[in-house]
Design a protein around this ligand. Structure first.
Ligand SMILES: [Zn+2]
Length: 333
C-alpha cells in the first residue's frame, strides 16, 4: 500500500546530500542580504525568481546560477553560522534526525575569511542547531571541480586540523566533465591515504563512466548517479559492494540529468538491490523539502512505508557519522 503524506511526514529520516548555499530559506536570505548591505527584490515572487532554478533549466549551468546570487551574502562568520542553523531548522520540519550538509570552503573567502574560520563558523551553526532542534548534523567539505588540484588540496588538508569538529567527509562538486576522477587523482589519492570518507558527484550528466571512476577512486557514495541508467550491467556489483546512490528527484530533472520518468533509474536500481537514497540537493534552488521529495518518489512508484524505511536505513548505514552517533541513533532506523 502506498505510503501517505502523513506517514512520510512522521517517518524519521536521514539526509545525506544537501548543499548549504542552495538551501537557505527565503526569510534567512533576506536577513543575510541586509547584514551584507545587498539590496533584494521587495516582493517574494521576484526574489524567488533569483534564488530558485527554473523547473526546466537548460542544463546544469542554468541550475547553478542562483548560487552566484546568494554567495556574496555568505562571506562572514555570522552569515555562515546562521545559514547552517537555518538548514537544521528546516530539517526538523522534515523530521530528519541526522543530516550531512556540504559546502565548498573556497567559495566563502571573498570577505577575507580563512578556510579554517569558514569551517568553524559553519560548525558553530550546526552545534547551535543540534542544541535547538532534534537533528544531529555533520559537514562534508566540497572541492569545486572548476578549481585547481592545488586549491582543492588545501580543502583536504582541513581534515588534519585537530581544532575542527563535525567534519565527516569529502566531495567533489560543480560542473562535471568526462574523466574527472582521473583529472583529480592527486586529490583523491590524498583523501584515500588520510582515510577520509568520500562521496562524489558523478553521473549527473551523460557520463556513466564517471560513476565507475568515482567508485574506483574510493567513493562509497555517489551524488546523483543518474547516468547509471546506461550501464545496468554494473548494478549487481554496486549492490554487492553496498555503494550508496544519493538521488535528488527534483534536482535531477531540473539539471537535465534525465529527461523522462521512464529513464529515471531510481526504482530499477532499488529493485536491483542497489542502495538508493532520497535527498533534496538544494532546498531553495529546487524549491523543495525532503518530505516533498519522498512524496514525489511515492507518487511515481507506489512505494510502501516498508520501502521507505528500507531507503532510510540505506541512508543511515551509508552516513559518515561516528560510531558513537551511530549507536545513539540506531534504534530509530
Ligand atoms: Zn549536489
Amino acid at each position: 500500500m502506498r505510503i501517505t503524506r502523513l506517514e512520510i511526514e512522521q517517518l524519521p529520516k536521514v539526509e545525506l546530500h544537501c548543499h548549504l548555499d542552495g538551501s537557505i530559506a527565503m526569510p534567512t536570505i533576506r536577513r543575510l542580504a541586509q547584514q551584507a548591505g545587498i539590496e533584494l527584490p521587495v516582493s517574494d515572487d521576484d526574489l524567488r525568481q533569483k534564488i530558485t532554478a527554473p523547473q526546466d533549466a537548460d542544463n546544469l549551468l542554468a541550475y547553478l546560477a542562483p548560487f552566484d546570487f546568494v554567495l556574496p551574502m555568505l562571506q562572514t562568520e555570522a552569515a555562515l553560522e546562521l545559514a547552517a542553523y537555518d538548514i537544521l531548522e528546516q530539517a526538523q520540519k522534515d523530521n530528519i534526525r541526522y543530516m550531512e550538509i556540504r559546502f565548498a570552503p573556497t567559495l566563502h573567502t571573498a570577505g577575507g575569511l580563512t578556510l579554517p574560520q569558514i569551517v568553524a563558523a559553519v560548525t558553530r551553526g550546526l552545534v547551535a542547531g543540534e542544541r535547538d532542534f532534534q537533528v544531529k548534523a555533520n559537514a562534508l567539505l566540497c572541492g569545486m571541480r572548476h578549481e585547481s588540484v592545488d586549491s582543492i588540496l588545501t580543502v583536504v588538508e582541513l581534515f588534519a586540523d585537530g581544532g575542527l569538529t563535525h567534519l565527516a567527509g569529502f566531495d567533489l562538486a560543480g560542473v562535471e566533465v568526462d574523466g574527472f576522477p582521473e583529472h583529480f587523482a592527486p586529490v583523491l589519492e590524498k583523501v584515500r591515504s588520510e582515510q577520509i570518507p568520500l562521496t562524489l558527484h558523478a553521473g549527473e550528466c551523460g557520463c556513466a563512466q564517471n560513476v565507475l571512476g568515482a567508485i574506483k577512486a574510493g567513493a562509497s557514495r555517489i551524488g546523483h548517479g543518474v547516468a547509471l541508467k546506461d550501464i545496468p550491467e554494473s548494478w549487481p556489483d554496486l549492490a554487492a559492494n553496498k555503494i550508496t546512490i544519493e538521488m535528488a528527484p527534483t534536482s535531477n530533472f531540473q539539471t537535465k540529468a534525465v529527461d523522462t520518468l521512464a529513464n529515471y533509474p531510481f526504482k530499477k536500481l532499488f529493485d536491483a538491490g542497489v542502495r538508493v537514497t532520497i535527498n533534496t540537493d538544494n532546498r531553495t534552488v529546487s524549491d523543495t523539502t525532503l518530505n516533498d521529495e519522498y512524496e514525489k518518489i511515492a507518487d511515481w512508484y507506489d512505494l510502501s512505508e516498508t520501502d521507505f524505511r528500507q531507503i532510510t536505513r540505506y541512508a543511515f548505514e551509508a552516513s559518515f557519522m561516528s560510531q558513537e552517533q551511530r549507536e545513539l541513533l540506531a534504534k530509530e532506523f
